[in-house]
Design a protein around this ligand. Structure first.
Ligand code: MSP
Length: 474
């Protein structure tokens, strides 16, 4: 059996999960479910990134120890996974000393042994929101544009990683698509970035400044840079440094799903670290855009942060999954608004899919059992549409794959209107047979996107259950 390893980023449990986190989760889940359906042996990993300044500060703000704080907050991200019906096989926490730390320590040792680590006095501007040193020219009015915060001036002696040494090799891997960045615009952005040269990166902080993290192996006075710690989750979780056989089974990753804000870490630092440690590189990096809320960036100050738990509670898991996958273009930014959500829900789920299933059940009710195969023309149409959807999915174009499924729904609606099975009794058996076949095919096509709905469609058809699949919203 061929293996397939897919990951989400590990989330900062510094504040509650929002809809943006749910998006990365859902797209990785669709990939995992689709690959399982295709017969792959899949490992789907997610988790939380629990060290660093940001967490240290938030814990302090909440009046808790970092340990207490991350235990409570990480659970919320696990709960989000449950609310979204994720099929993840594992959940890694970077505070897990047994499972995560050995991998981090081993990769550090390999990089050090390669001669790629050196100590240097350094002065720089650190943004704890990004967990990264910023260049003067990246600031707007002296502030980090992503966090609207002035970075802190840091001056100390740190360990540095010779990232610059790997610039050409990284560039070559990306150009030749040995590390394939999708979409093309992501690839261009990184090649453009690499084209300007690459600096070495500071990969540790003094323990007096930052105590919440993994100590540098062999130097307790320094704590590993949180991104080096975090990126290693992709190998530690599958056994690097503690279970060589399992690690060999799954590595390299087939796809890392990431938001556009963290593409550089994954396609430059991570690749550099792996090259230095003599490890294979991931095959794909899938970059997605950001979700805005009511047309603006989600922010606590604006008060437009969408709580995924609330909307799941109100509208159901699959309706939320559907909206995210359909409304947000796979590679661009997308917006969430309650109004748009309801419109999509009513048009596509209640009137579109739900209505087709109800009509099929109602028509099937008149016939005892229908076991024959569908007509050739119908089978051909379904096959074509399925193929199209699969090819979109292979390219991670989720909204377009769903568009194909809806093509089939519209086709079936037209077919019913044309054939008018309620008028021509002698033809109605054939029509119902075909509609059942279409519904079963829709259930299969939709299963990676809306797993519960797919099951419910099957059941409704079998048991001729009349209740609506998606009751209309007011
Ligand atoms: N901890 C780092 C990742 C380390 S991976 C080795 C991190 N965490 S995060 O919690 O800030 O972000 C996690 C993911 O959520 C990222 O892929 C990010 O792009 C995504 N999103 C955060 N806000 C988002 C939106 N508003 N919209 C869509 N996704 C966004 O970065």
């Amino acid at each position: 059996m061929r293996k397939f390893y897919v990951t989400t980023p590990i989330y900062y449990p510094s504040s509650n999960p929002h809809l943006g986190h749910a998006y990365t989760d859902v797209i990785a889940d669709v990939i995992a479910r689709f690959k399982r359906k295709e017969g792959f042996d899949v490992f789907f990993l997610t988790g939380t990134d629990e060290h660093g300044f940001k967490i240290q500060e938030h814990a302090k703000g909440a009046g808790k120890t970092p340990r207490q704080f991350v235990n409570e907050m990480s659970e919320r991200f696990e709960k989000l996974g449950e609310a979204l019906n994720l099929s993840n096989d594992d959940f890694i926490r970077t505070t897990d000393k047994k499972r995560h730390w050995p991998g981090v320590e081993l990769i550090w040792k390999k990089i050090e042994k390669k001669g790629d680590v050196y100590k240097k006095k350094y002065k720089g501007l650190y943004c704890s929101g990004c967990e990264v040193f910023k260049k003067e020219k990246e600031l707007v009015d002296g502030k980090c544009p992503d966090h609207d915060k002035e970075p802190e001036l840091v001056e100390e002696e740190n360990y540095f990683f010779k990232l610059s040494k790997y610039r050409e090799k990284i560039e070559e891997l990306i150009k030749k698509e040995e590390v394939k960045i999708a979409p093309e615009s992501g690839k261009k952005e990184i090649l453009n970035f690499l084209g300007k040269g690459l600096d070495d990166v500071s990969v540790s902080r003094s323990v007096e400044k930052l105590s919440w993290g993994i100590p540098v192996p062999g130097d307790e006075k320094q704590i590993l840079y949180v991104w080096l710690d975090a990126l290693s989750n992709y190998i530690s979780a599958i056994g690097y440094g503690r279970d060589e056989e399992n690690f060999k089974k799954w590595w390299p990753a087939d796809v890392h799903c990431v938001g556009k804000d963290i593409l550089r870490f994954h396609s430059v630092i991570w690749i550099g670290m792996l090259l230095s440690a003599g490890l294979e590189v991931p095959k794909n990096i899938l970059v997605h855009g950001h979700i805005t809320s009511e047309g603006r960036k989600m922010s606590k100050t604006i008060g437009n942060v969408v709580d995924p738990f609330e909307i799941v509670k109100e509208y159901g898991t699959d309706a939320v999954r559907y909206y995210l996958l359909r409304e947000i273009p796979a590679f661009g930014d997308g917006d969430f608004s309650e109004k748009k959500f309801k419109e999509r829900y009513n048009a596509d789920l209640a009137d579109g899919l739900g209505n087709l299933i109800s009509r099929t059940v109602a028509l099937a009710g008149k016939h005892e059992s229908i076991k024959e195969l569908p007509g050739e023309d119908i089978e051909k149409k379904v096959r074509e549409i399925k193929k199209e959807a699969e090819s979109f999915l292979e390219k991670f174009k989720f909204n377009e794959a769903l568009g194909s499924a809806w093509k089939l729904i519209h086709f079936a609606d037209r077919y019913i209107e044309e054939k008018k099975p309620w008028e021509k009794k002698e033809e109605s058996v054939t029509v119902v047979k075909n509609l059942i076949y279409i519904s079963a095919s829709l259930s299969e096509m939709l299963s990676p996107f809306m797993p519960e709905t797919a099951e419910r469609i099957k059941k409704k058809i079998q048991k001729k259950e009349k209740s609506p699949l998606f009751p209309k919203l007011k």
